[in-house]
Design a protein around this ligand. Structure first.
Ligand code: ATP
Length: 303
């Protein structure tokens, strides 16, 4: 009986992990109503759960062949590096992340993860190595603890304590009379926007992914909540390959590298100070956001 139980239990674990990853990625990409379009190759390569390099090599992609979205994107993200992608609304930022997750296949060019064309990888090992923090994570009308451990019900208390610390949720949980047993309400209504996003960060890193895709929701947060999310992100990104889709430039000024995407092409890349000194598109976006911040909360990416 035990011999049967172990593989069945493992299968259940894998199923829950994939279900959670798909729910979050669907949320991130607003695509919950469509099925992933890709198939596993035969045989498929498995990659380990570890920080992995990501490379785009002259990638062209469109959801519809008549309308190109990414037009010759080449980008290398080293294992462990944090790269922020910024640009106008509709530039193709989320599309880059969808392709890393292999929600779609490229039209031409190659995307490599850990040196392998993602089309050669098993989806389970690729997606198992990617933690997704969507703008609007799926939260269930259950306890805080359930929502953090969702997808990883076997996580140890030690592992949960560690992600609470990394996601800067320790003090918040300690302040709650019922701690992790606190009910979060329908869709997490009893949590603030910043708390919700930090719960999503904790959930994403509980499975110890080597890659983190973070769709920043800070445009809807006040600056104190924004800072707490940024601190949490900095902590979890430290030993992972991290791609941040950023809407507020102030949150990514310290990224290893910032990539500016416009109309499906990378138009600039560099550190915050380099890009400001260049006086190009990033400097324009920065000036626009500074002016908007001075006149009231908003962001410059059209959200
Ligand atoms: P934002 O900052 O507003 O989130 P973005 O830079 O992330 O924008 P994407 O979401 O990557 O932009 O979208 C790029 C383009 O692709 C947009 O013009 C969008 O309308 C289009 N697009 C996105 N998803 C789909 C889809 N599933 N089917 C068809 N077109 C899509």
């Amino acid at each position: 009986m035990l011999q049967l139980f172990v593989p069945l239990n493992f299968l259940g674990f894998v199923y829950r992990e994939i279900k959670q990853a798909l729910a979050d990625i669907g949320r991130m990409f607003r695509l919950t109503d469509i099925e992933p379009e890709v198939q596993d190759p035969e045989p498929a390569v498995d990659i380990p759960r570890a920080p992995a390099a990501i490379a785009f090599e002259d990638v062209h992609f469109g959801y519809d062949s008549r309308r190109p979205i990414l037009q010759g994107v080449s980008l290398e993200v080293a294992a462990g590096e944090t790269v922020a992608v910024v640009g106008s609304s509709g530039a193709g930022k989320s599309t880059l992340a969808r392709l890393i997750f292999r929600f779609y296949d490229v039209d031409t060019g190659v995307i490599r993860v850990a040196g392998h064309d993602v089309r050669r990888l098993s989806q389970a090992s690729l997606r198992g190595n990617i933690g997704v923090v969507p703008q609007d994570a799926v939260l269930f009308n259950d306890t805080l603890g359930y929502n953090i451990a969702y997808g990883n019900p076997q996580a140890s208390q030690q592992a949960i304590d560690e992600v609470l610390r990394l996601a800067h949720l320790e003090a918040f949980v300690a302040s709650l009379p019922d701690g992790l047993d606190t009910q979060v309400g329908e869709r997490g209504l009893k949590l603030s926007g910043g708390e919700k996003q930090r719960v999503a960060i904790a959930r994403a890193v509980l499975k110890q992914p080597g890659i983190l895709l973070f769709d920043e929701a800070t445009s809807s947060l006040d600056s104190e909540s924004e800072q707490s999310v940024v601190r949490a992100l900095r902590a979890v990104a430290a030993d992972r390959t991290t791609v941040i889709i950023a809407h507020r430039l102030s949150t990514v000024a310290d990224a290893d590298r910032i990539v500016v995407l416009e109309q499906g092409r990378i138009v600039e890349t560099g550190h915050h100070s380099q890009l400001l000194a260049r006086g190009g598109r990033y400097a324009d976006l920065w000036a626009l956001q500074q002016a908007e911040q001075a006149s009231g909360p908003s962001d410059s990416t059209g959200r």
